[in-house]
Design a protein around this ligand. Structure first.
Ligand SMILES: Cc1cc2nc3c(=O)[nH]c(=O)nc-3n(C[C@H](O)[C@H](O)[C@H](O)COP(=O)(O)OP(=O)(O)OC[C@H]3O[C@@H](n4cnc5c(N)ncnc54)[C@H](O)[C@@H]3O)c2cc1C
Length: 349
């Protein structure tokens, strides 16, 4: 589908201020377009979210990300120099109730510093420092309307924003479908065909360190787990800038298990994830006392399959980006938004 390049002074609404929406907004605002982002959550970040509790901060979405693309590497180098990300983890294991093995796939990874959401907070702050950009958080967009002057966005509270020349939707496909179904058959169909996997992300804060495991570095940072319930254990106090917090674990469940237990109460999910954690330690070991535990349900955690697109757009001023229209990682999400932004301003990608 041909696209008319946006010119400076044209206006763009971006629904979703995760890393894809922010990357798209940055390219467009830097080109001089007027950019307004909307996110239904209290802050930007989407699945790069962190939970702040009185004694610890825990990352509940992505724990770390890797880099393969040169454009993304340049962005990562900038974020490293600013200090909103840092290298992590360096001590990783494969764990199961039968034993632990050190695991190093040679891939360098990064995490937000001092929490994952510091990266998207930095992107949002640098974007909204531009006079032509704005971010409305706590604003759920429930429908779009087309007028002769452009697109209008209607919020859950019945407020109308716009008109805009271009609307970019970076929400997960089921949420994007609800907005686009009335206006664009091709984009709506693309949303319907991108099936999503769900994931429970548990967390637990303890009043002391985890028991030692024979042969395992006591400062291990992350473990990939072979267990029917538990998939990843990540120790938040080993992440850059969080050494002062107590033992604080993110416990990501297996996707199959998450989907089979999707409607269970969070407290029950947390209990089962903790039982799985306990099974990774020697029978004689006792876990320290719990300060707090809980679980977050991600209904749309990642796409079920990779996809050949990076972004999608139609000639009527509607476009889609986000990790769900590529491969489901932080890097894919950033590239999707970045490349869509460049396509919209008519530069090669
Ligand atoms: C548990 C978990 C673990 C992960 N682990 C890794 C990992 O180790 N490495 C890795 O690279 N990636 C990982 N990922 C994937 C990574 O987090 C995502 O690829 C990336 O964050 C997606 O960014 P995005 O901008 O495309 O989407 P999102 O971050 O989902 O942003 C979409 C935004 O749209 C907003 N929104 C939705 N509907 C509306 C609406 N109607 N109105 C307004 N706003 C709306 C949402 O609030 C959200 O902020 C993980 C994800 C999860 C859930």
């Amino acid at each position: 589908m041909a696209i008319l390049p946006l010119s400076a002074h044209q206006s763009v609404a971006i629904i979703g201020a995760g890393i894809a929406g922010l990357a798209c907004g940055q390219v467009l605002a830097n080109s001089g377009a007027s950019v307004t982002l909307f996110d239904k959550a209290r802050g930007p970040g989407g699945r790069l979210s962190s939970k702040r509790r009185p004694s610890a901060t825990l990352d509940l979405g992505a724990q770390a990300f890797s880099v393969h693309n040169a454009d993304f590497q340049r962005a990562v180098d900038t974020w490293l120099s600013i200090g909103c990300i840092a290298s992590w983890p360096t001590a990783t294991y494969q764990a199961s109730p039968n034993g632990w093995q050190a695991h190093n796939d040679g891939q360098k990874r990064y995490t937000g510093a001092p929490r994952m959401s510091a990266l998207t907070r930095h992107l949002a702050d640098s974007l909204t420092a531009l006079p032509q950009a704005a971010l409305h958080t706590g604003t759920s967009i429930t429908s779009l309307k087309r007028t002769q002057k452009g697109w209008l966005l209607v919020t859950a509270g019945g407020i109308t924003h716009g008109p805009y020349d271009q609307v970019v939707v970076s929400a997960p496909p089921p949420q994007a479908h609800a907005l686009l179904a009335a206006w664009d058959d091709d984009l709506a169909t693309a949303c319907q065909t991108r099936k999503q996997r769900a994931c429970w992300a548990g967390w637990a804060i303890f009043d002391g360190p985890l028991p030692a495991i024979p042969g395992v570095d006591p400062d291990w940072q992350m473990a990939r787990v072979a267990h029917p319930t538990l998939h990843i254990v990540s120790r938040n106090q080993t992440k850059p800038g969080r050494a002062a917090q107590p033992e604080s674990l993110s416990l990501l469940a297996q996707l199959d298990w998450s989907e089979a237990h999707l409607e269970q109460p969070a407290s029950e999910v947390a209990r089962q994830l903790l039982a799985a954690l306990k099974s990774l330690f020697p029978v004689s070991a006792t876990l320290p006392d719990l300060i707090e535990t809980g679980a977050h349900r991600w209904r749309y955690a990642q796409p079920a399959a990779a996809c050949e697109h990076t972004y999608l757009y139609s000639g009527n001023g509607l476009a889609l980006c986000g990790d769900n229209f590529c491969d489901g990682r932080v890097e894919d999400a950033w590239l999707s938004g970045h490349r869509l932004g460049k396509a919209l301003i008519g530069r090669s990608v």
